[in-house]
Design a protein around this ligand. Sequence first.
Ligand code: NAD
Ligand code: TYD
Length: 378
Amino acid sequence: MKRNIIITGGAGFIGSHVVRLFVNKYPDYRIINLDKLTYAGNLANLKDVEDKPNYRFVKMDICDFQGVLNLMKEEQVDGIIHLAAESHVDRSIKDPFTFAQTNVMGTLSLLQAAKLCWESLPEKYHGKRFYHISTDEVYGALELTHPAGIQPPFSTKASSGKNHLAYGDKFFTEDLKYQPHSPYSAAKASSDHFVRAFHDTYGLPTVVTNCSNNYGPCQFPEKLIPLFINNIRHRKPLPVYGRGENVRDWLYVVDHARAIDAIFHQGRIAETYNIGGFNEWKNIDIIRLLIRTVDRLLGRSEGEDDRLITFVTDRAGHDMRYAIDSTKLQRELGWEPSLQFEEGIELTARWYLDNQQWMDNVTNGDYLKYYEDMYARR
Ligand code: NAD
Ligand code: TYD
């Protein structure tokens, strides 16, 4: 079947992996990457697909309602996979307005354009789909009821590594109340509510997914894993917030893209699916794993860069633990992560070390200014 799909935020970290998967896997689909190219958007992430005949890039702001509506009509779009967002918690603490504008108003602009475009067609919403990508951070924070870790009640390939533990009894399930704490997660939560409202009010065929922390190639180096790989390489301090006890649940980005593919095609309309690999890690344990991995790959003695660990003032409102229960997705669609965490970290570290030019290109100019300001405040 032929489809015309807009993927928003396709030049960003996760979006670029989704664009690549769809362009290569579905040559009969037309994939339109709609991206404003903020500091986080980078067309170099898509060099290998930019000349494919089923791919088009459009530089546009999702808040440009008329532009989006015109593009949807011009391309006869029947599916939207919406990833464009401001995505970094620390930035949201500094500048919440931009997060409300892009994540809330931008999502509303896309929803309204999809509604107007599709409801005017003879077949209306039949065969259409608006897929909104959200985050587990909307559920708030879980407690660390087992700080030393316990054997996890679930396991997947992602969590089959020898160091894997769970740090609490509770997990994020799809029916949990939203309790966002950061301006980032509050804006994402608000956009999720608008998506549900457009289904319940107008019948727009929507689906929402809430995924745990992603890692992998092409992530902007303001996020923990690429920032620390780069700093270890250059023997710069590793700024660990608080005591490094916070827990995140990590998923390899390509496995997220595979889940998005399955849910776009087979997920039930109006449903929410949580995506995660039952792969909880304390920050400090990941940081030690990153140091050992990078040291080994660079021929240094493993662990010699532990001395770079620098405990700094904690992030304001720092959520203690995220842990996703993705049994609904696994049961309904048979999705499972394909990679074990230590394998994924090795692949990721190798990618950043082999792509220093990519790193240099994104860490000049404004990036340096941003980090000077961040560190000056500590
Ligand atoms: P990212 O910051 O790497 O990329 C965001 C992309 O959106 C960039 O290409 C940027 O140019 C584009 N963009 C930003 N504002 C825009 C606007 N107004 N109009 C058009 N394009 C705009 O983000 P990411 O980490 O790839 O996250 C993608 C999505 O997945 C986000 O919605 C995020 O909330 C969600 N998510 C991320 C994670 C994670 O760990 N990174 C986990 C779960 C969910
Ligand atoms: P991050 O990658 O920003 O993702 P999120 O805040 O969305 O979970 O951060 C992951 C964890 O690492 C989080 O607990 C904050 C912590 N962290 C640090 O300790 N130091 C850093 O420099 C960064 C960027 C994050």
